[in-house]
Design a protein around this ligand. Sequence first.
Ligand SMILES: [Zn+2]
Ligand SMILES: [Zn+2]
Length: 250
Amino acid sequence: MKLTIIGCSGSFPGPDSPSSCYLLEAEGFRMLLDFGNGALGALQRHIGLYDVDAICLSHLHADHCLDLCPYHVVRTYSPQGPLPRVPVHAPADAPRRLAAAYGMPDEPGLETAFDFVRLTPGVFEVGPFQVTAARVNHPVETYGFRVSYGGRSVAYSGDTGESAELVKLASGADVLLCEASFLEQPGLPAGLHLTGRQAAEHAARADVGTLVLTHLVPWYDREQILQEASLGGFGGRTELARSGALYDLG
Ligand SMILES: [Zn+2]
Ligand SMILES: [Zn+2]
């Protein structure tokens, strides 16, 4: 299983990265976790324009789902003719919300390009992958994911505040992509995002192999996020996500 970070910028794109999007590949099957704004451009550096086989959306905030709209154009109007529909595992109301974002009526909405499957907590198969979805701690319906293949696992926090569900979901994973949107400061809102220190605390409790700090918001100093993560008691490898970074899990 290979993991490529397409976009790791938090809340809005930055100069060096689109918003959230992660590519997982195994047996020639290509699945995206999130498809935030700007991701469709950077994705084409890594796979062909038409090569997406499945998509999982953690939640319907713009920075996690909006590039489904331009990708609808790709799948529906390409010179190669309409392409097969891509399954999109997403929270309730995704078809209507994304149709509205595009400027489409609800019917057919984006369903000429996508086959929407409503997410619920639990385990399901997507191509060769086993995917576990769990609700995390964010103001809207939001899921973290664990993707397993060939005895290896990648866990992804989605957007979340402190979450026992995330610790359970990530338990023993080889890689945890964990959001670290905030710098430590008094009065941070609960149930929204994590700091680097909190991300590392989740990684320590889940006993993961490598912690990759992601959803990095451009107005903060990334090195300071990493420094704060060093205070979280996690003994494993900790690094900052970078658009284009490849993790080959064998
Ligand atoms: Zn976000
Ligand atoms: Zn969010």
